[in-house]
Design a binder for this molecule. Structure first.
Ligand SMILES: NC(=O)c1ccc[n+]([C@@H]2O[C@H](COP(=O)([O-])OP(=O)(O)OC[C@H]3O[C@@H](n4cnc5c(N)ncnc54)[C@H](O)[C@@H]3O)[C@@H](O)[C@H]2O)c1
Ligand SMILES: O=C(O)C(=O)C[C@@H](O)[C@H](O)[C@H](O)COP(=O)(O)O
Ligand SMILES: [Zn+2]
Length: 358
């Protein structure tokens, strides 16, 4: 099993290896030695696949378990589900030394993580991510949140997990669509931080070939994210690079009411737009756009998503990289190297409006 140490304000380890799910009990006993009760939060699709193995492993190490299940899908990242989790965790008798286990994709991780961040003013939680997206991105770094009617991730916290257990074997049961969603964030790391990763993905070009190297790919992404998060835990500078493609991507998600388009699809099309915005600003070499488009297509990801102009302006206004009238846009200087471009929000909207007209 490979290990990465994340030296944030609350340090923790990421454990990566096939079969690590069956080690959950031993690993949790080491990471949260004082916990007695664990609430596992999962979703309706993951439950029949991975709950029994996880719960068995935890019970063997003497943990007392309750499992709470939310419906699969983005709609569960809601205030309604959060309240249900809080109430059931308290009814189970959890105390401050007990912990939450998030078993599932990014939706479960963000929701259960936010429940942990707020229950009793903060209890430990363990991430056991089961989608590619959650293994390479959302389980690391402690951004936890729910969506509001106004938009994505608008109520949340920075709350680091106590442990992340990544079993790439869980990816074998993913539908192709969900695997592609994860590839959007993997491609993002290649674009912003690691040209070699981008080239490797280009050479692989398919799910099967990526799966042949999956431990290395997941390790590389977690390592990149860990380095960024350790430098800027609270998203005030460097960490914002991880938001490449997300300003426009969140607008696309909103346009589909979080049902039509997944986060991965939004980010994919958002990166294509961000690359073109970079060209408009004279920062990104034009040939970079085509490279990104070709790679996105290889993994069946969209280059564009229909979005009313009003939705675009609304989402840009809600972006957490806004400060007053200005926004920080993430653009590429070249493949593997991203930079911030602070600009007036109206200037960004003006550029986007011109692109809409084409
Ligand atoms: N906190 C962060 O840093 C961060 C980073 C990126 C994305 N996110 C958030 O993550 C969410 C998207 O995560 P996601 O793409 O994992 O979506 P998801 O959690 O909705 O999972 C996608 C689907 O896959 C199913 N599933 C999960 N694991 C499976 C498995 N092993 N086999 C078969 N099916 C499985 C789920 O039930 C669901 O139907 C979004 O809400 C996004 O905002 C958060
Ligand atoms: O961890 C981060 O920082 C990221 O930006 C990772 C993103 O992939 C992720 O989608 C994140 O949830 C977006 O955060 P937000 O601050 O734009 O809501
Ligand atoms: Zn994302």
């Amino acid at each position: 099993m490979k290990t990465l140490a994340v030296n944030t304000s609350r340090p923790y380890e990421i454990k990566i290896g096939r079969g690590s799910l069956d080690q959950a009990g031993v690993l949790c006993r080491q990471a949260i030695p004082n916990a007695r009760k664990l609430t596992i939060v999962t979703d309706s699709r993951v439950l029949p696949l991975y709950l029994a193995r996880t719960a068995d492993s935890l019970e063997q190490m003497g943990f007392q378990i309750q499992c709470l299940t939310v419906p699969a899908g983005e709609a569960s990242k809601s205030a309604e589900q959060l309240v249900i989790l809080w109430e059931k965790m308290m009814a189970f008798g959890m105390t401050r030394t007990d912990a939450v286990v998030a078993l599932g994709g990014g939706v479960v991780g963000d929701l259960a993580g936010f429940a942990a961040a707020t229950l009793l003013r903060g209890v430990d939680y363990v991430q056991i991510p089961t989608t590619l997206l959650s293994q390479v991105d959302s389980s690391v770094g402690g951004k936890v949140a729910i969506d509001l009617r106004a938009g994505k991730n608008l109520a949340g916290a920075f709350w680091q997990p106590s442990l992340v257990i990544i079993d790439p074997g869980c990816l074998d049961t993913l539908p192709d669509r969900t695997f592609s969603d994860g590839m959007a964030e993997v491609i993002k790391y290649g674009c912003i931080l690691d040209r070699k990763l981008f080239e490797l993905l280009n050479r692989c070009g398919s799910r099967v070939r990526v799966m042949e190297r999956i431990v290395d790919v997941v390790y590389t992404c977690c390592d990149l994210k860990r380095r960024v998060v350790v430098e800027d835990e609270r998203d005030t500078g460097l960490r914002q690079l991880l938001n490449f493609g997300h300003t426009v991507g969140h607008a696309f998600e909103l346009a589909g009411h979080y049902e039509t388009w997944t986060h991965g699809q939004g980010v994919a099309a958002g990166m294509n737009w961000a690359a073109q915005l970079g060209v408009e600003l004279g920062v990104t070499p034009p040939e970079t756009v085509e490279c990104i488009q070709e790679l996105l297509k290889k993994f069946d990801l969209p280059l564009d998503i229909p979005c009313p102009w009003e939705t675009m302006t609304e989402a840009v206004g809600l972006d957490k990289k806004n400060a007053g009238d200005h926004i920080s846009l993430i653009v590429l200087e070249k493949l593997g190297q991203a930079v911030h471009r602070k600009m007036a929000r109206d200037e960004l909207l003006g550029l986007l409006k011109c692109m809409y007209g084409r």
